[in-house]
Design a protein around this ligand. Structure first.
Ligand code: SF4
Ligand code: FES
Length: 363
């Protein structure tokens, strides 16, 4: 068993945006009893003792927590590299200065598209101009900045403009990630999954941009796994490198594991050390011993760990099956059919244009 390297601290699921690909739980009412400041202090301390070196403060929108500065200060004082993952709504110059003084190391801002009308439509709320202003504040304060853009059918054709925007914002790192189909994204998949032609065109743009940006900014491009032959090693392996603690204190091996029918474990009841080493949840898919065929006998089993457990569950109803993205999976037809639909010329336009945004925080 390895030690965890990173902690994703999902401080709250409250969020002013309504992105149609949000991976947060569909039922937010179960997460209203959020950990207190003191509880987060304990979680961060235990994480550090366990070997964690990076804390990602996320949500929902972490800026919705009034005690974010205190939480960031605690993490920094513990010697953790602290990263704020934010929509930037609420990142006023004053708040940013407080976070800088508290020792926050890095800021990652999400942007939905290259210009206000499309970005605001996807975000479900006017936000583009505030994001751009917050990005300028981050750079003025001397922080390293990552800008993250989730790609899908409705914005991937504008990838060149998106990269140009992110360059203008002064990002040190550009993360272009195709949508992962969990949560609301799975509900809205018909409107979000790009066609093969769109994906291939985007790859050409990315290749050219990488060359052009060499030495100036790092460009990470995450391919849509529905178009790959083999799955990605989700989370670098279950219970191997990272753990997530969600707003109510549930500890998870990945941010989407709340969907799985597995026993819960909560930091209010158990230490992080016990959760990592002993809990049935973290042990369930650790390593390769749990694997069915074809993964069990596959030479790639230590490379991709059988793919994503959450995707396997959401698509087949059984989290222990091979990820259907894999061409060797007996369930691959499920993914192949979704891809066929995304590439069908006869798809109704309304379906393409109308993703279902998720409602405002329903607590
Ligand atoms: Fe990975 Fe399993 Fe597919 Fe092999 S069969 S490539 S281990 S998902
Ligand atoms: Fe949960 Fe991949 S998102 S294992």
């Amino acid at each position: 068993m390895t030690r965890p390297f990173g902690l994703l601290a999902e401080l709250t699921y409250a969020c002013p945006l309504h992105c149609p690909y949000c991976s947060n739980p569909l039922r937010l009412a179960d997460y209203g009893d959020e950990l207190t400041t003191a509880e987060w202090r304990r979680v961060l301390t235990e994480a550090r003792e366990l070997g964690v070196v990076q804390a990602h403060l996320s949500g929902g929108e972490p800026l919705q927590r009034r005690d974010l500065v205190e939480i960031a200060r605690t993490a920094a004082e513990l010697g953790l590299y602290t990263n704020l993952i934010t929509s930037a709504i609420g990142l006023s110059p004053r708040r940013a200065e407080q976070l800088r003084a508290a020792g926050l190391d890095h800021v990652q801002i999400s942007v939905q598209a290259h210009e206000a009308a499309l970005s605001d439509r996807i975000a479900g709320t006017p936000s583009f101009e505030r994001k751009a202003a917050a990005a300028r504040t981050v750079k003025d304060l001397g922080w390293p900045l990552t800008v993250n853009v989730v790609l899908h059918r409705q914005n991937i054709d504008r990838i060149a403009d998106i990269i140009a925007l992110v360059e203008r914002l002064g990002a040190d790192r550009i993360e272009l990630a195709n949508t992962q189909y969990y949560g609301w994204a799975l509900h809205n998949r018909a409107a979000l999954l790009p066609s093969r032609t769109q994906v291939e065109r985007a790859e050409q743009v990315v290749r050219a941009a990488r060359k052009r940006l060499e030495g100036r900014a790092e460009l990470t491009y995450i391919l849509p796994d529905y178009y790959l032959d083999f799955p990605k090693p989700c989370m670098g392996g279950w219970g191997k490198l990272q753990l997530t603690v969600v707003p109510n204190g549930d500890a998870l091996p990945c941010p989407a594991a709340h969907t799985l029918p597995l026993p819960r474990v909560n930091v209010r009841e158990k230490s992080l050390a016990w959760i990592w080493a002993e809990s049935p949840l973290f042990q369930r898919f650790r390593g390769t011993g749990w694997m069915p065929e074809p993964c069990r006998g596959c030479p790639r089993r230590e490379i991709d760990f059988g793919g994503c457990r959450c995707q396997a569950f959401l698509l087949t109803g059984d989290a222990a099956r091979t990820d259907p993205v894999c061409i060797l999976s007996p369930d691959h037809e499920i993914v192949a059919e979704a891809v066929r639909v995304a590439n069908a010329e006869t798809r109704p336009v309304a379906e393409v244009l109308a993703p279902r945004p998720h409602p405002r925080d329903t607590r």
